[in-house]
Design a protein around this ligand. Structure first.
Ligand code: ATR
Length: 271
């Protein structure tokens, strides 16, 4: 049996176990997915390698710490964070270090692709410049969008924008004007999580927008409800959660993930 898992703190309410285990069941893979809250992420990676763990996801607060304990790929290096560790190289090439990846970027790209949204040549407005915002901004830019990053703390938006191709940083006051000419709006803040508030004034939304929210609880955030009412297309936060998991699943198992089964399992746990 192969063992996969998630390290972070807290991980008790994570939806990754049912999502991944639905995938193993669908493909008849003999595997389990467990969660663990370590004191020290580096020690956990070393122990996992010794125990023969096949793959680990990594979440807050360890996504940056883990970089020093793996061989990061180019995406993880660029984002400065690892959310997926693959142990298949341990004991073989590259000195036996596990490899580190960031599937949040693929999660965003595949969320848009799944909704038939071609980002190439679009203008995107992203609100938020934290950890999730970094992955989202690179994903949008890699797919060909010009990205306006707006953040409550404007200096953080400028810092992120300076790392991302075709990006500009702004304070939140710029958002309504920027949205008037935009094709895409992405919420990369935690605003709207378990709370009926939106990071954007509903009046600024319009029907030519695709609105993506990284918040998945509730599944229909105030932002997405306002966007739908304005006639915009919406992509809820469960898609990013699903597709970052799908990308990790595919890296670890080498098989095309059963996206529908994993999506159904994930959504059965969300409201
Ligand atoms: P994550 O890793 O989930 O992105 P984070 O790194 O703490 O978490 O980033 C949270 C983001 O949400 C930041 O962009 C933060 O803005 P600041 O950089 O100004 O703190 C944004 N955010 C959180 N609460 C907010 C609020 N009430 N209004 C506007 N932005 C908010």
């Amino acid at each position: 049996m192969d063992v996969y898992g998630l390290i972070g703190n807290p991980v008790g309410h994570s939806l990754s176990p049912p999502m991944h285990e639905a995938g193993y069941e669908e493909l008849e893979i003999d595997a389990r997915y467990v969660t663990y809250e370590p004191e020290d992420a580096g020690a956990a990676i070393e122990a996992a390698a010794d125990l023969g763990i096949a793959g680990l996801n990594v979440t807050i607060p360890f996504k940056q710490d883990v970089l020093d304990h793996v061989e990061p790929d180019e995406t993880a290096e660029r984002i400065g964070a690892v959310n997926t560790v693959d142990f298949s190289s341990v004991g073989s090439t590259n000195g036996g270090r596990p490899t580190g990846h960031n599937t949040d970027v693929a999660g965003v790209r595949r969320s848009f692709a799944h909704h038939d949204v071609d980002l190439d040549g679009t203008t995107a407005v992203q609100i938020g410049a934290g950890g999730a915002g970094r992955a989202i901004a690179f994903a949008l830019a890699d797919a060909g969008a010009s990205v306006h990053v707006a953040n409550r703390t404007a200096s953080k938006a400028h810092d992120l924008a300076s790392d991302v191709p075709r990006a500009e940083g702004h304070g939140l006051e710029a958002v309504p004007d920027l949205l008037a000419d935009a094709d895409v709006l992405a919420n990369a803040t935690s605003v709207g999580m378990d709370d009926d508030v939106s990071p954007v004034d509903a009046d600024a939304l319009h029907e030519d927008l695709v609105v993506f929210d990284a918040v998945y609880s509730p599944i229909e955030t105030r932002l997405l409800a306002d966007a739908a009412a304005a006639g915009a297309d919406t992509i809820d936060g469960a898609w990013m959660l699903l597709f970052q998991g799908v990308a990790a699943f595919e890296r670890w198992t080498g098989e095309a993930a059963p996206v529908e089964a994993m999506n159904a399992a994930l959504r059965s746990h969300l409201e």
